[in-house]
Unconditional design. Structure first.
Length: 115
């Protein structure tokens, strides 16, 4: 994964809708194939959306509410076991492949779009 992926146009990038949202609730997701949490993210005018996130290596459930994260909101729904994920909470893999959430440096309004 050290190579840059194929080039895309600016128009293709603009199709990806990246928004800031605040995690308002986190629960265990024991039915997931890989360790994961169920997250509820407040996206302001877009409402509250659900996501499944494989972030158990670096985060405890009680530390997630209030954390502002960057999400892809226009993938559409995805069935993950008995749970429907409505967005992708983004992150980067550490040296062991465990995900570290993409967060916002300073608080912005929920639903704010990345430019």
């Amino acid at each position: 994964m050290d190579e840059i992926k194929s080039k895309i146009s600016w128009g293709e990038f603009e199709k990806v809708d990246l928004r800031a949202g605040t995690i308002i609730k986190a629960e265990p997701f024991p039915e997931a194939r890989k360790p994961a949490y169920k997250l509820w993210v407040d996206l302001g005018p877009l409402g509250i959306k659900k996501s499944s996130a494989q972030i158990t290596a670096h985060y405890k459930l009680q530390d997630l509410p209030g954390k502002q994260v960057v999400c892809v909101v226009n993938f559409g729904d995805k069935q993950i076991g008995p749970f429907i994920s409505q967005l992708l909470v983004t992150g980067f893999a550490d040296e062991n492949g465990n995900i570290i959430l993409t967060t916002v440096d300073k608080k912005v309004p929920n639903g704010a779009q990345l430019f």
